[in-house]
Design a protein around this ligand. Structure first.
Ligand code: 13P
Length: 251
C-alpha cells in the first residue's frame, strides 16, 4: 500500500512577506495523517519555511540542486549537501521548465538525482511530454527515455528511495489537465517499465501527477490506481486550495 503524497512546487514565486503569509495559512491546515505533504519554496526562502513550519508535519524541499553533491566552486549553484544542511528533505529534479527553458539534459538530471540521494535527500524525478510530442504519439517513448536515463546510469534500485512525478508539459500552468484515464495510462506505463527490472521497487514507488491539479479535479485524479498524489504548482500558493488537495489525497 503506497502512502499518498501531495507536493507544492512554488516555482519562482514569493517574497519574504508573501511566504510568511503562506506559512501562516499552511500552519492552520488540518491535515489527514494518511498523506505526506511537502512544499518546495524558492531556495532563498527555504530557511524561512523550514523555521516557519517547525512542528507541523510538512516536509520542505528544494526545486533544484547542483549536479555536484558537495559545496565547492560552482558560482550560483546550491549543493544537495547545503540543502540538507538547511533542513530540506527532498528535491525536485528534471522539472520540465528546467529541461526545456534551461536546457537541462537527461544526463544532468541523472547526476542531480544521484547528488540528492548521496546527501540524504529524496529526489522527485519529473518526466513528461510536450504537446507536440503527445500529438505525434510519442508520449510513452519520451517518458520512457527520461526514466531510462536514470535507470541506465544509476540502476532501478534508486527508485526505492525516490518519487516520480508525471507532468505533461501541455498541462502545466495552462488549466488543461490530462483526464484521469490519460494520466493513469502513463502512470501504469511508468510502473510497468520499472517492474520489468524490479517488481518490488515498481510496487513501492509513488508516482505523482502534475499539471493544473486543483481542488476541483484532485479527487478524480487521485482515485486512479497508479496515481499516488500530486505535484501542484499554482494551486499550492493558496493554502486553503492546497489543503483541499491534500484532503482529497488523504481520503
Ligand atoms: P501547475 O499546477 O501550475 O499547472 O504546475 C504544475 C507543475 O509544474 C508542478 O511542478
Amino acid at each position: 500500500m503506497r502512502r499518498p503524497m501531495v507536493a507544492g512546487n512554488w516555482k519562482m514565486h514569493g517574497t519574504r512577506a508573501s511566504v510568511a503569509e503562506l506559512i501562516k495559512g499552511l500552519r492552520q491546515l488540518a491535515l489527514s495523517t494518511g498523506v505526506d505533504v511537502a512544499v518546495f519554496p524558492p531556495c532563498l526562502y527555504v530557511s524561512q519555511v523550514v523555521e516557519g513550519l517547525a512542528g507541523k508535519s510538512m516536509v520542505v524541499g528544494a526545486q533544484n540542486c547542483a549536479y555536484e553533491p558537495l559545496q565547492g566552486a560552482l558560482t550560483g549553484e546550491v549543493a544537495a549537501s547545503q540543502l540538507h544542511d538547511a533542513g530540506c528533505k527532498m528535491v525536485l529534479v528534471g522539472h520540465s521548465e528546467r529541461r526545456l527553458l534551461l536546457s537541462e539534459s537527461d544526463e544532468a538530471v541523472a547526476r542531480k538525482f544521484a547528488a540528492a540521494q548521496s546527501c540524504g535527500l529524496t529526489p522527485i524525478l519529473c518526466v513528461g511530454e510536450t504537446r507536440e510530442q503527445r500529438e505525434a504519439g510519442k508520449t510513452l517513448e519520451v517518458v520512457s527515455r527520461q526514466l531510462d536515463s536514470v535507470i541506465e546510469s544509476l540502476g532501478v534500485g534508486v527508485f526505492a528511495q525516490a518519487v516520480i512525478a508525471y507532468e505533461p508539459v501541455w498541462a502545466i500552468g495552462t488549466g488543461l489537465t490530462a483526464t484521469p484515464d490519460e494520466a493513469q495510462s502513463v502512470h501504469a506505463a511508468i510502473r510497468a517499465q520499472l517492474a520489468a527490472e524490479n517488481a518490488e521497487v515498481a510496487r513501492g514507488v509513488r508516482i505523482l501527477y502534475g499539471g493544473s491539479v486543483k481542488a476541483a479535479n484532485a479527487a478524480e485524479l487521485f482515485g486512479m490506481p497508479d496515481i499516488d498524489g500530486g505535484l501542484v504548482g499554482g494551486a499550492s500558493l493558496n493554502a486553503d486550495e492546497f489543503g483541499a488537495i491534500c484532503r482529497a489525497a488523504g481520503n
